[in-house]
Design a protein around this ligand. Structure first.
Ligand code: ADP
Length: 408
C-alpha cells in the first residue's frame, strides 16, 4: 500500500514535470512564431517602400486616365497589403511581449476629429451619417497612448462603416467619469449586426463572423483582437452588444487620468500635414541606404524640389563622406551591413564635437515604424525619423524644417 502511494506520488511528480516542460516548450514555440512574424512583416515593409514610392512618382508624370486608374489600383492594393502587415506586426509584438505603451497628454476631442476626417470620403460615398456624441465634461487633456488609442477608435469606426449599408447611421460616443477616472467610448451603428453565436469569437485572432466576410468585405479578422489586447494593456476592456440585422454597439472603458491643457504637446509636423504646393528647397543632403532603389527613390523626390544629394551605401561610407563634405541634412537608414545607421550617427556626432562642426540634422529612415522607436533614434543623436514606406509629403514635411525654402 505504502509502496503504491509512493509510486503514484512519483508518477504525479513526473507528470507535473512533463506538463511544466510542455508548457515552457509551447511558450517558446509561441514566442518564436511571434518573433518570426514580426521579422517577416518588417522585411516585407522594405520592398513595399520601393513599390509604393515609385508608383507615386510614376503617377505624377502620367496623364493617361486609364494608366492613372491602374496606378491607383497598385497604390490601393499596396496600402491594403501594408495594413495587413502592420496588423500582423502589431499582434506579434503584443504576443511576444515587445509592445510597450507610451501614455502622453492627449486632446481626445482632436483625436476623434482627426480620426473621423480620415473617413470623410468613404462616408460621403456611402451616404452614411456619422456623428459625435461627446460629453462636454470630457477633459481637454487626458493621459493615454494616443497612437494606440487612435488605432482602436479607427478600427471600430472602420468596421462600423464597412458593415453598415448605404444610408445608415453611426455614432461615436465618449464620456469621462471624474470620480472613477474612467473614460468610456462607444461606436454604434445601424449595420448588419452580428449573430449571437459569433459574438465572443470576433475578439479572437483571425476570427470573422463567417468565412464569406473576407470575400465580401475584406479584412484580416485581426483588428478587434489587437484593439482588445491594446485596451487590456491599458487596463481597460471592450465589449459588444449586437442584434443581427439591426446593428452593433462596441463599447469600451479604460482608466485614464486627466492633465492640464498646458501639458498638451503640439506637434508642428502633424499640424503641417497639408499639401506642399510648389515648394522649392535649397540644400545638399546625404542619403544613406544599402538598397540602391531606396537611394534612387529619395533622390527622385529631392531632385524635384531643388535639393542635391550624395549617396552612401552603408554607415562606413556615410562617415567617410561626412568627413570630406558638409551636408544640410542626412537621411540615415537604420539597418545596413558593415555599420548600421545608429553607429554611423554616433560617429558623426563625435566628429562634430571633436572638430567643432555645426550640428547636421540626421533623419532616421526606418522600417521600424513604431512611435516608441523614436526615443531610440533621439538617444542615438538623430533629430527626426520617417518610416518606410514613406510618401513624398512625409519627406518634404521633414525637410521643410531643416532646409531653406527659397521660393513658394
Ligand atoms: P476585420 O474587420 O479585419 O475582419 P475585426 O477583428 O476588426 O477584423 O472584426 C472581426 C469580425 O467581427 C468582422 O469580420 C465582422 O464579422 C465582425 N464585426 C466587427 N465589427 C462589426 C460591425 N460593426 N458590424 C458587424 N460585424 C462586425
Amino acid at each position: 500500500m505504502i509502496n503504491d502511494g509512493f509510486k503514484i506520488r512519483y508518477e504525479n511528480l513526473d507528470l507535473i514535470k512533463d506538463l511544466q516542460q510542455a508548457n515552457i516548450d509551447a511558450q517558446i514555440a509561441s514566442e518564436t512564431k511571434s518573433e518570426f512574424l514580426a521579422n517577416m512583416s518588417h522585411e516585407i515593409r522594405t520592398p513595399m517602400t520601393g513599390i509604393l514610392g515609385f508608383v507615386e512618382q510614376l503617377a505624377k508624370k502620367e496623364n493617361d486616365p486609364e494608366r492613372l486608374r491602374q496606378f491607383n489600383i497598385i497604390t490601393k492594393s499596396g496600402q491594403t497589403l501594408l495594413s495587413i502587415i502592420n496588423d500582423i506586426l502589431d499582434l506579434s509584438k503584443i504576443e511576444s511581449g515587445k509592445m510597450t505603451l507610451e501614455p502622453q497628454p492627449t486632446d481626445l476631442h482632436k483625436l476623434f476629429d482627426d480620426t473621423i476626417t480620415l473617413f470623410d470620403e468613404l462616408i460621403k460615398s456611402k451616404n452614411i451619417d456619422l456623428h459625435k456624441e461627446i460629453d462636454e465634461k470630457l477633459p481637454k487633456c487626458l493621459i493615454i497612448d494616443q497612437l494606440r488609442f487612435k488605432q482602436v477608435i479607427l478600427n471600430l469606426l472602420s468596421n462600423a462603416i464597412k458593415f453598415t449599408p448605404s444610408g445608415g447611421s453611426i455614432s461615436l460616443q465618449a464620456s469621462y467619469d471624474h470620480t472613477t477616472q474612467i473614460l468610456q467610448c462607444a461606436v454604434q451603428d445601424t449595420g448588419l449586426g452580428i449573430g449571437k453565436e459569433h459574438l465572443e469569437k470576433i475578439f479572437h485572432a483571425f476570427a470573422q463572423e463567417d468565412t464569406s466576410t473576407t470575400r465580401r468585405y475584406g479584412g484580416t479578422g485581426l483588428g478587434l483582437t489587437i484593439s482588445s489586447k491594446l485596451l487590456h494593456m491599458m487596463k481597460g476592456q471592450i465589449h459588444v452588444q449586437s442584434t443581427l440585422g439591426e446593428g452593433s454597439r462596441f463599447y469600451l472603458d479604460v482608466p485614464v487620468v486627466s492633465c492640464k491643457e498646458t501639458d498638451l504637446f503640439i506637434d508642428e509636423n502633424l499640424l503641417d500635414e497639408k499639401r506642399v504646393g510648389n515648394l522649392v528647397l535649397k540644400g545638399h543632403v546625404l542619403v544613406v541606404d544599402d538598397q540602391e532603389f531606396n537611394q534612387m527613390l529619395l533622390g527622385t523626390v529631392l531632385k524635384q524640389y531643388g535639393v542635391t544629394y550624395d549617396s552612401a551605401n552603408d554607415g562606413v561610407d556615410a562617415v567617410s563622406l561626412y568627413r570630406q563634405n558638409s551636408y544640410d541634412a542626412i537621411f540615415m537608414d537604420e539597418n545596413m551591413p558593415n555599420m548600421n545607421g545608429i553607429e554611423a550617427t554616433r560617429q558623426i556626432r563625435s566628429i562634430e564635437e571633436e572638430h567643432a562642426r555645426t550640428r547636421t540634422p540626421i533623419i532616421a529612415v526606418t522600417a521600424n515604424a513604431l512611435s516608441y522607436d523614436k526615443q531610440r533614434f533621439l538617444d542615438a543623436g538623430m533629430d527626426e525619423y520617417i518610416s518606410k514606406p514613406y510618401t513624398e509629403e512625409a519627406v518634404l514635411n521633414v525637410l521643410k524644417h531643416y532646409l531653406h525654402n527659397s521660393k513658394s
